[in-house]
Write a protein that binds this ligand. Structure first.
Ligand SMILES: [Zn+2]
Length: 221
């Protein structure tokens, strides 16, 4: 009842049907919440190299100017309502048998600074849209890590090494990890490794954007 009221109020403040998820302009939007200009500038995700310890990976968009704007607004501009249309754009393969959805955890220090974890918002919306179970306790961050943006591929791997700790309740489960952007996949891989070390059966991953491995300048995320 209360959540319905909150949803109604939120929709009144940020009408999801009129503001484009990328540029924020009011326009006639497509089913992914985009104005015609942004829709034309969007590249849909097609395929990406596999990630170590990840049994399946999918994304909604290739990372470009248009999709970068969406995830940056969600992450830095407090545009939490964007999690819903962004998560809705992710298609989960039918053959994935998912027991629980886990967000990539944020260190508590960063969480208290930003006030929310964008991965958790995406995971939550994904669960609502696809009828899946959210479990934010399955994996936690045990130390803060540097921003991955300016790190080399090897540097990214080193940066997240040992950063996550899984809960033993993940034993035997098939878990879907949710995040905003995949660049090299180092973070997803490290998280999956932690889950599998505690007996997790399968780990899938879904992100809103995937950086095209052929056009990566190292300045993303
Ligand atoms: Zn737009």
């Amino acid at each position: 009842m209360l959540s319905k009221l909150v949803k109604t109020l939120r929709n009144a403040l940020f009408p999801p049907s009129v503001a484009c998820v990328s540029c924020g302009r009011e326009a006639v939007l497509n089913e992914r919440g985009m104005c015609p200009d942004c829709a034309a500038g969007t590249e849909l995700f097609n395929d990406a190299p596999m990630i170590k310890d990840i049994d399946g990976y999918t994304a909604a968009y290739l990372y470009n100017d248009v999709s970068a704007k969406m995830v940056k607004r969600l992450k830095y501009n407090n545009a939490k309502y964007l999690a819903e249309p962004l998560a809705r754009a992710i298609e989960i393969p039918k053959e994935w048998d998912i027991d629980a959805v886990a967000p990539i955890p944020l260190h508590y220090r960063r969480y208290s600074k930003r006030g929310y974890n964008q991965s958790e918002l995406i995971a939550k919306s994904l669960c609502e849209a696809k009828g899946l179970n959210l479990d934010t306790k399955l994996v936690v961050r045990r130390r803060d890590t540097k921003q991955q943006t300016r790190l080399s591929d090897a540097g990214r791997k080193r940066n997240v090494k040992g950063a996550f700790l899984a809960d033993e309740s993940c034993r035997g489960l098939n878990v879907l990890l949710a995040d905003d952007v995949r660049t090299t996949g180092a973070t997803l891989s490290e998280c999956a490794g932690a889950l599998k070390a505690f007996g997790c059966a399968k780990v899938y991953a879904a992100t809103v954007c995937c950086v095209d491995p052929n056009h990566r300048g190292g300045q993303f995320n």
